[in-house]
Design a protein around this ligand. Sequence first.
Ligand code: 2AM
Ligand code: CA
Length: 264
Amino acid sequence: MTEKDIVEHLQVAISAANRAGAFVLEAEKQGNHAIYQKQANDFVTETDKLSEDLIISIIREHFPSDAIFGEETGSSGTLENGRWIIDPIDGTTNFFRSLPDYSISIAWEMDPFKPLVGVVFNPRQNELFWASKGGGAFLNGKPIQVSQLKDSSHALIVCVPPHRHHKLAVPYFENMYRIFLETSDLRSYGSCALELSYIAAGRIDGYYELCLGYYDMAAGICILEEAGGSFAPADPLVPFSDSRCDLVATNGLIQDWLFHMVQE
Ligand code: 2AM
Ligand code: CA
């Protein structure tokens, strides 16, 4: 894998995210979304599916046989040349309720759970976050960096309760309560890709969520790592998988503290 390969994949990811973002923004303005429920608190619209089709067609123009793992269409292609990981709208509930925090998330990796390229585009705010391994992290072309906050009592932490897995609510809220007592305040935006990008840009300091899909976080963890942040499975005995990722992510400086907070 050469630097040129990484740059070529990054360029295609940026182009696909821009085109899908413009398409999704236009659809949001049109309104009248047909909304389908996949499972409890898990919704999909026609626009999610069309956005994924558009992204896949752009990837296929450039890399016809690469493996692709998309939230809406599942897995296809051969793993030899790595794989793309796509969330065509991350924050679908925000999208169809016209809340501004939704994004298009596209990553590419050679080894599982080690993304080399990550692009997250929020068309409502016109914010394009991207990163490539060793190449740094950027927001609309300007380098970004995590916050330098070391003192958890001043930290702003994103906590997203397990909205699709209510059985996990009690232990989650116990951890969230402890985090709340030891920090400045909590937030929740509803798009994992943006939440990770916001840590990368130094806007917030940490993030704790259970039961993510890998497509929610693949691009975001690449951007976060390149901006100097850290992430890890919330439970060291449960490694990331495509269908379930329990995540603790921070600016790096408070990673040990947040990890410790969620071990009970
Ligand atoms: P999605 O829109 O692609 O399904 C993890 O929080 C993921 O769950 C988010 O990235 C978002 O992904 C979705 N999500 C977040 N908050 C949600 C909520 N309150 N209800 C439904 N889906 C939510
Ligand atoms: Ca989605």
